[in-house]
Design a binder for this molecule. Sequence first.
Ligand code: PDD
Length: 287
Amino acid sequence: MPRTAYVNGRYVPHARAAVHVEDRGYQFADGVYEVCEVARGHIVDMTRHLDRLARSLGELSIAWPVSRAALVTIMREVVRRNRVEDGLVYLQVTRGVASRDHVFPVKPTRPALVITAKRSDPAAAASRAENGVKVITVPENRWERVDIKTIGLLPNVLARQKAKEAGAAEAWFVDDDGTVKEGAATNAWIVTRDGVLVTRPADRGILRGITRATAFDVAAKLGYHVEERGFTVEEAQAAREAFITAATTVIMPVVDIDGKPVANGHPGEVATSLRRAFFDVAEKTPA
Ligand code: PDD
């Protein structure tokens, strides 16, 4: 089935979906994005994703391309037109098209909006979760405003590529003080020997993940205690469990960090139970 994308007011064949060469997203990464999980025909945690989009746009003084209500309608329509039952919906807003100049255009541009959706195979994801994934660590080399979900992702791209070349699924950025920040496209968690869930505070230095936020809700429902603090690579390697969270992976057990197995090298009970309960707890918007 041919895919359909939404580009600046029009639904177009995915293969021909295009933006102008002087779109500031293309030239300066001057834009923001969101990725929402689609599960069993529902967009997951839409409200939280759009709240974060509002914050990202505000931080960069980019206007909403359409109203929030219209955005919801378009996202649902793109998911429907692509017949995505399980997969992802991606949305990107850039400052728009203007003659290349670093400063914001004097004459305000219309922000550009692109929305795409793609299917994924839930069985393949379940099998990855049953085996767990490996991560490597890399030195933090990103700017300080990673709390804004911008499309400027080159350090993340390079880190992920390095992970892939090492046979791993994710790379964790590590701060100068030896603590883990987050993954190239996921948040990082461990479970201590006493069964406490630990993840870095999201007030600065990492993206405040939506899956992370909902994982707090799931943890509360299952009666797990969560502590927001930094942890080192060594602590993670010696932990009872480790896992990552993102809209693309939901909750994914980590079984190996820099070549050292976590616990017995198999997914643990906490990550597995969080993953199992996630969909029930998350907000679900029918597509
Ligand atoms: N990435 N940290 C970073 C740097 C991320 O890029 C992401 C998401 C997360 C997790 O956030 P959330 O739970 O809201 O998905 C944390 C998306 C999925 C991506 O770039 O594909």
